[in-house]
Design a protein around this ligand. Structure first.
Ligand SMILES: [Cu+2]
Length: 501
């Protein structure tokens, strides 16, 4: 029997025990945690691989027999997201994944916890008694998806799935989540969620490349187990890193995964995976980068962005030629460029700003209380997937850059790929245009706040007013081939006199 914190709570013990003592109690009571293994180790056991396959196959069979069976593969994939019609009684359960919110790591931890239970009981039900836990895929140390997921085909291997890429050796996977700049939980969460998390989704591509189909691919669960592991790694790096307080609204948020309220968990009850959920990972080290980081070829530089003159917004025009209304949000465009095509190479777009606009932005960055501007964004409007991008297999880090005497500095604003585009509908505050749920026909608009970035870039009055910014779409999978992955209809620096998030 695994004794976890919950059981101790029921025994009336946990409340009286400080955490260190609780650890001791767990050890003395034989509360050995379950161990989630690296897939490279896991795969050395043919028995465990057979059990994993049996569990996945059983869950898939259930969905064939009854599509929305709550122990079926389709059900669990759809709780994350689905492209299909949602039955009325599952309206609050399907499409419930958190992306772009501070519950990103916590929601997915609870999701994996309950999925793992169903997976293991399904293997047993299929007649396989081998004990196993959900393994994880460490794409930094082992960028190639393990052969147990890629060998055979759909008819011979339940772990096989169509993918754009199975080897990420050439993908630049970021570790910025572990850096000092990501010591605050919010910064850590968004850094982890963009690159690596979204980049790996986008690079693997196929159904993994889109929010509302990604969990259909069995590798999804190992990818997210690794994200879950990296959350624990981050906490263990300490030095100021910690989760938000357990008394905050954040911690009280409940996550539910079935209609009978038997699979419900609050964020406060999952922060310590060992003592609250009874599992640990077999490794918490940040290993050195073993893969050679790909050196990108020189970026394509697109100069000549337009300085917006008064009254000109650069907004995409609706068919009758009338500018889209700003809904009285006090919006103003400082600089814009239309129709940027993105392929395998990195692209830099110069966005010059007029002198008065530059000094207004400078004031906003360094003395916000004196500034008429209360918010500023980089807006990527009407982003469409091109003819070569429909299966994913690409990803860009979006960087705001400022040239100075010594060269240029940059700050990462976000990540752009099929996954982040299809996540737009989950992100409050981000506009979503076009129909469908993360299908390749979507057009989306990203609004990336730039106030922190401007401050980090050292936009200071002393060095004179800002004259030009540029935006780099740095390809995470640099390739020279001429590809049509994405088209950005309109890219602009936009400000508002209102504080809008
Ligand atoms: Cu994900």
């Amino acid at each position: 029997m695994i004794i976890n914190r919950r059981v101790l709570f029921q025994m009336g013990l946990a409340a009286a025990l400080p955490m260190a003592l609780l650890e001791k109690v767990l050890a003395q009571t034989g509360g050995t945690p379950r161990i989630r293994q690296n897939i490279e180790e896991f795969a050395k056991s043919p028995e465990k691989v057979a059990a994993l396959r049996a569990g996945v196959a059983r869950m898939k069979q259930r969905s064939v027999a009854k599509k929305d069976d709550p122990e079926g593969w389709y059900y669990w994939a759809s709780v994350h997201g689905t492209t299909e019609a949602v039955p009325a009684n599952l309206g609050s359960l399907y499409n419930s994944c958190h992306h772009g919110t501070l519950q990103f790591v916590s929601w997915h931890r609870a999701f994996l916890y309950f999925f793992e239970q169903v997976l293991k009981s399904s293997a047993k039900e299929a007649g396989n008694q081998t004990a196993f836990e959900l393994p994880y895929w460490n794409w930094n140390a082992s960028p190639k998806i393990n052969a147990v997921f890629t060998e055979g085909d759909a008819s011979t291997n339940p772990l096989w799935h169509p993918r754009a890429r199975t080897d990420l050796s050439n993908v630049n996977i970021s570790r910025a989540w572990s850096k000092a700049s990501a010591k605050a939980f919010n910064a850590f969460s968004s850094s982890l969620e963009g690159n690596p998390h979204g980049t790996v989704h986008g690079a693997v591509g196929g159904e993994m490349g889109f929010v509302n189909s990604s969990a259909r691919d069995p590798i999804f669960w190992l990818h997210h187990a690794n994200i879950d592991r990296l959350w624990d790694v981050w906490v263990r790096l300490a030095d100021g890193r910690q989760n938000p307080s357990a008394t905050r609204t954040w911690a009280k948020q409940k996550h539910s995964f079935d209609t009978t309220a038997s699979k419900v968990m609050a964020t406060a009850d999952l922060l310590d995976s060992r003592n609250q959920l009874g599992y640990i990972y077999d490794d918490y080290e940040i290993e050195p980068i073993t893969t050679s980081v790909v050196v990108a070829s020189e970026p394509i530089v697109i100069a000549g962005g337009q300085v917006a003159s008064p009254g000109e917004s650069g907004h995409a025009m609706v068919p009758d030629g009338v500018e889209k209304s700003d809904g009285n949000k006090g919006l103003k465009t400082l600089s814009f460029r239309r129709d940027i095509a993105l392929g395998g190479r990195s692209v830099v777009v110069d966005l010059p700003v007029a002198p008065d606009a530059g000094s207004a932005l400078t004031t906003f960055a360094i003395e916000p209380e004196k500034s008429a501007i209360k918010s500023a964004w980089l807006v990527l409007e009407d982003v469409r997937i091109g003819s070569d991008g429909k299966l994913g297999g690409f990803s860009y880090d979006i960087k705001l850059k400022k040239k100075n005497a010594g060269g240029s500095q940059d700050v990462v604003l976000g990540t752009l790929n099929t996954f982040t585009l299809s996540a737009l509908k989950h992100s409050p505050g981000m506009a979503h245009t076009g129909g469908g749920h993360g299908t390749s026909g979507d057009a989306g608009t990203l609004r990336l706040p730039i106030s922190d970035a401007l401050r980090q870039l050292g936009v200071t009055g002393a060095s004179g007013a800002l004259q030009a910014l540029s935006v780099e779409f740095e390809s995470s999978i640099p390739e020279s081939a001429d590809k049509q992955y994405l088209n950005v209809g309109n890219i602009r620096i936009e400000t508002s006199t209102l504080p809008i998030e």
